[in-house]
Design a protein around this ligand. Sequence first.
Ligand code: 5AD
Ligand code: SF4
Length: 441
Amino acid sequence: MADRTVYIETYGCQMNFADSEVVSSILSKAGYRLAPNAGEADFILINTCAIRDNAEQRIRKRVRELKAQQSRRPQLRIGILGCMAERLQSQLMVEEENVSFVAGPDSYRKLPAILDEVARGQKAAATELSTTETYADIEPVRLGANGISAYISIMRGCQNYCSYCVVPYTRGRERSRDPETIVAEATKLYESGYKEVTLLGQNVNSYNANGFTFAQLMAKVAAVSPQLRVRFATSHPKDLGDDLIQTMASHPNICRCIHLPVQSGSNRVLKLMNRHYTVEWYLDRIAAIRRAMPDCSITTDVIAGFCSETEEDHQLTLDLFRQVGYDYAYMFKYSMRPGTYAERHLSDDVPDDVKTRRLEEIIALQGQIALENNRREVGKEFEVLVEGPSHRSPAQHFGRNSQNKVLVFDRRDTQPGQYVQVRVTDCTAATLKGELIETNH
Ligand code: 5AD
Ligand code: SF4
């Protein structure tokens, strides 16, 4: 097995990117070299997403594309990791016959053994879910590698069973990682120069390590250093408690940004979605956040055209968007997922063109709202963590403020990883433009 190389391609959510860093660590420890690109690798591992059908179709297309490389390099083996592997199991290797192995999210420790088998010409599948695996002892290889910002996975799995969602089936039961290992990872990152960590879980508010809560964990991680920014994703509105809001408010280095997926503005639809909150509850949580932190940005996820959604339900979603005034939203068309409650008991009865039109209306409204919100920022000053050169011009740097908004400014002597003060002078719906006022540290 001298000098075998692997290349990992990652699709989907931040959790998948964090998992690919765990996989990289497991395979490097087992003696594999991480190839800089797919063209040089003996194994291409594709870490996949199953949340919507179009995510799966994109991955299948990529897998089929790789056939050309395989005919040039017959030793090349392809494996599927993550949610699609878990959902489809060995059936995926039947449907995509150039795939040699599948490994679900809780099977990554088995990868060295699996790759050995596959190198001997066998096929392999590992898709058992675990109730305890958190990969807590594995130090991820930082692939994002800007050296400034890193993900820390704090819990795995989800058992909320939102009726549209495949995640409880692909990622298994909720389990929380021991807080000491999380704080140790954050400390090590800070000591090696990182300035920002994002604590990740499917539903971070239900983090619970023998009674130790997410709010307590946030306070501990924030105490690593006032110079370390702490972010988190994702919160479920039903569990967003005042304790977390208070902890955020009392730690300036916990970023002023909450991602609070609403999914729909209609109580009838929310009930069908099994979300366990009402619009009134949701608005109360928004009010609580704004009372404690008036400058906190709020972002969301929404689904257009869920089963039985009427025009009136859709209007309620638009109303809610106007009322909350989100800074950013991830907006999706409902995609029926096999095995979910919605697939088994509800009817995917909103025609595709209606879904598309509703989605477009939400996108257009959200574009206006984001622009209005950004216009209100013009003239304000923000502390910005510099990330690097802007895409437009090497003479400009970009970074983010605590609210997670991107600011672009003329760079002068600023360096990535520095905190600087920037005054906003102009904006688009997506970006704030500003001028550098001072370099802090
Ligand atoms: N169809 C469309 N969007 C979905 N999401 C989850 N499941 C589906 C589905 N079946 C969205 C939700 C969730 C985000 C991660 O993806 O908005 O918050
Ligand atoms: Fe899916 Fe709901 Fe769990 Fe989020 S909370 S991962 S939407 S089941």
